[in-house]
Design a protein around this ligand. Structure first.
Ligand SMILES: [Zn+2]
Ligand SMILES: [Zn+2]
Length: 400
């Protein structure tokens, strides 16, 4: 390869890398976190890997040429030149790669999670693999057929703390929300303090969620004040929640200042958490099985299935959309004005972390990455009558 060609290629690669770095800086300063999707990360990382590959091949095959082509004008040692042509693509690779890892946490960085909540589709296989008598097999088939009737799909949101701020253009917990459709930062209608932002999900990411027509984002907020009067209604105390649906374009955000939060007794803001959605099957809380089914299940579960298998059929306790509410007290389904029983929409759980086998309940922060404590380790459940739409949405919460 000739010196001129080498220069052209290395200069082009350096130019592309610097452009990418400038874009990274621009997006980081504007969005405080790269507002691009996983696919674009793959494309950018792919291009960078390709360019670095080309550079390495050039360097290995044309050491003499590189030296000659560049020492003629620039009197630098080969080693310095080689590091100069490599430094920009390497830096770009590092910036985008680090962002990708903090945002999407690739599977290969996270083995423990994949073992948890193994999807229940392999029910039959596991049962067959156990040495059971005919009688046992009968019980188990019976159990599985009951469970199959109730099985529903659910999406666990799995909010996990992020290393940096996440763009308002993403579905996420905490940080700064998409404020496009607001005219001021939302306030509690009782105590007037600015709300804490809990989470937002976009329709493009969670089409299985309920979105009224002409809306593409759902946002949940919470009154931060422990002293708010709304907390003391019905002798039950939890913070008042607020939700909003709107249509947004994700082009330009509005930046509002929070007001009225010079209160002493307030809940901490939710830290930036990325979502790691996981679709699994969900099964009802025991109250929600029909009596005759529950009686059979009770016997079969107690005596025939191992603990591991029981784990599969639990009502998932995490923050999730769809599936079944994981009640802590009695089961509760409100009735709509139209006479229908409202459907379960989603639940926000205070007990929501990567590894449930680790018990350290000394501090609310250890219960979940989002840090919200509902009553005493409780859940908030949202319901909707899809027949009557958005206005029928209501929530309920319980705790131990
Ligand atoms: Zn309030
Ligand atoms: Zn209704």
């Amino acid at each position: 390869m000739e010196g001129k060609q080498i220069i052209r290629i290395t200069e082009t690669i350096r130019f592309v890398s610097i452009t990418l770095i400038v874009y990274w800086l621009y997006d980081f300063l504007i969005n405080r976190g790269i507002g691009i999707t996983e696919t674009y990360y793959w494309i950018i990382l792919g291009v960078l890997a390709l360019m670095i590959g080309v550079l390495l091949i050039i360097i290995l095959n044309n050491q003499t040429n590189i030296y000659e082509a560049h020492t003629r004008n620039v009197r630098r040692e080969r080693r310095i030149y080689v590091s100069i042509i490599l430094i920009f693509p390497a830096l770009a690779m590092f910036l985008f790669g680090a962002d990708y890892c903090t945002k999407f946490r690739p599977k290969w960085l996270n083995f423990s999670q994949s073992e948890y909540y193994k999807d229940s589709q392999d029910i039959d296989e596991i049962i067959e693999s156990k040495n059971k008598s005919d009688q046992d097999t009968f019980f188990i088939e019976d159990t599985v057929s009951i469970l199959e009737k109730y099985k529903k799909s659910t999406t666990l949101l799995q909010p996990r703390k992020s290393g940096h701020e996440i763009s308002w253009k993403e579905s996420k917990f905490g940080g700064y929300p998409n404020m496009e459709s607001f005219t001021a930062y939302p306030k509690c209608n009782v105590c007037k303090s600015s709300l804490n932002f809990v989470f937002q999900i976009y329709k493009r990411d969670f089409p299985e969620f309920y979105f009224p027509s002409n809306t593409n984002i759902f946002q949940l907020f919470r009154c931060p004040s422990n002293k708010c009067r709304s907390s003391y209604t019905n002798s039950r105390s939890d913070h008042k929640m607020f939700h909003y649906y709107s249509e947004v374009e994700c082009v330009q955000n509005k930046i509002f200042k929070k007001t009225g939060i010079n209160l002493k007794d307030i809940e901490k803001e939710v830290p930036d958490c990325y979502l790691k959605p996981l679709k699994v099957f969900d099964y009802p809380y025991y109250d929600d099985y029909k009596e005759e089914d529950l009686a059979k299940l009770d016997d079969n579960f107690k005596f025939k299935l191992g603990n591991l298998q029981i784990e599969k059929y639990i009502t998932k306790p995490d923050t999730k959309i769809g599936g079944y509410p994981n009640f802590i007290q009695e089961s509760y389904y409100p009735k709509c004005k139209c006479g229908r029983i409202k459907e379960f929409l989603f639940q926000l759980s205070s007990d929501d972390r990567e590894n449930r086998n680790i018990f350290d309940y000394s501090n609310p922060v250890n219960w979940s990455d989002h840090g919200i404590m509902i009553g005493d380790g409780g859940n908030i459940y949202y319901y909707i009558c899809t027949n009557c739409g958005e206005k029928s949405i209501e929530s309920y919460w319980d705790c131990s």
